[in-house]
Design a protein around this ligand. Structure first.
Ligand SMILES: [Mn+2]
Length: 321
């Protein structure tokens, strides 16, 4: 945290970037960080990612943030938030920027750190928003209601509505609730899914293949969009582990696992996904119970999905009875 504060205090111009298909934690943390750093007198701009879902759009809207496709400066400090690997950020933006580059994140990282001048990772933080909120306190910046709302929504959604939670999350959130009403967080955190996302979930579930291993259920399916959402839906429907593949212009697998298996040692982001894409290019990362792989060879999708099932099967078989 000390080095992070040094990088921040040295910079006058800051460009904040986050991963493609951003979730509320990515965008909420990015805009909140921008608002916090502006209170220290810095010029801060936030990247405009093209694909924003309704929830994220609503966050951008109430914050009044004018996202930019290109920063008006090319030096200074680039901060990448909530992003586990360089392959998940807009490459042109990253390469074009001439200044220092740092990351603030809470994912298990699979990257070479050499692309960054400094990487601050706290894997124990349930959301990047928790790191940003604690950073604001270290910087003695007062949190305004808009910033509180951005961070609060991010904390709720990244905890999957408190399914994955700890005392630090609740402590930070309870401080946020001194600033903003809970209802103001809920009406965006629990926004109904849009039509195409619901269709993707239902079709994905309809096409799912199920594998029964001891008392566990592994589900795989394919979709053309909303992989993460479909993977979560399969868990909500009763699968213990889910793998959802898509191969549009960009190949991707999103996976989720129930907490019980995670507590027994299953780690999708560290052990399963990086292993199954070996030899097919791309890269993988994420958390123990929620992870993704990107950019691997399109033709290998079916093979990789099968390898995911085989790996989890082997893991389950290795558990003490
Ligand atoms: Mn996050």
């Amino acid at each position: 945290m000390k080095r992070l504060l040094e990088y921040i205090s040295e910079a006058n111009d800051v460009f904040v970037v986050y991963h493609v298909s951003p979730d509320p934690d990515a965008v909420g943390s990015a805009i909140a960080l921008a608002r916090i750093l502006r209170k220290l007198g810095k010029r801060v701009e936030v990247f405009k990612e093209s694909n924003l879902n309704d929830q994220v759009k609503a966050m951008v809207e109430f914050s009044g943030e004018e996202l930019v496709e290109n920063p008006s400066f090319s030096e200074g400090l680039l901060i990448v938030v909530d992003t586990s690997s360089k392959s998940m950020i807009n490459k042109a933006i990253f390469d074009k920027f001439k200044g220092k580059k740092i990351a603030i994140d809470h994912h298990v990282r699979r990257d070479e750190y050499s692309d960054f001048d400094y990487v601050f990772v706290d894997e124990t933080a349930i959301a990047t928003a928790i790191i940003i909120y604690e950073l604001a306190k270290d910087l003695n910046v007062e949190i305004d209601p808009v910033t509180a709302r951005l961070l609060g929504i991010a904390m709720i959604t990244d905890s999957a509505n408190f399914v994955i939670a700890d005392s630090r999350l609740f402590r930070n959130l309870s401080e946020i609730l001194e600033i903003i009403d809970y209802q103001e967080l809920l009406n965006i955190a629990n926004m109904p899914l849009n039509f195409s996302e619901r269709v993707a979930r239902l079709k994905g579930a309809g096409r799912a293949k199920l594998y029964f291993v001891d008392d566990y259920i592994i589900a795989t399916t394919k979709t053309s969009a909303f992989e993460g959402s479909v993977a979560r839906a399969l868990i909500e429907l009763g699968a213990d582990v889910s793998f959802v593949g898509s191969s549009n212009d960009h190949t991707r697998i999103s996976s989720r696992a129930r907490q019980e298996l995670v507590q027994r040692g299953l780690n999708l982001g560290r052990d399963i996904l990086p292993k199954v894409i070996e030899g097919y290019g791309g890269d993988a990362g994420g958390h123990a119970g929620a992870a993704g792989a990107n950019g691997f060879d399109k033709k290998a999708l079916d093979l990789i999905l099968q390898a995911c099932v085989d790996e989890v099967t082997a893991f389950i078989k290795s558990l003490p009875k």
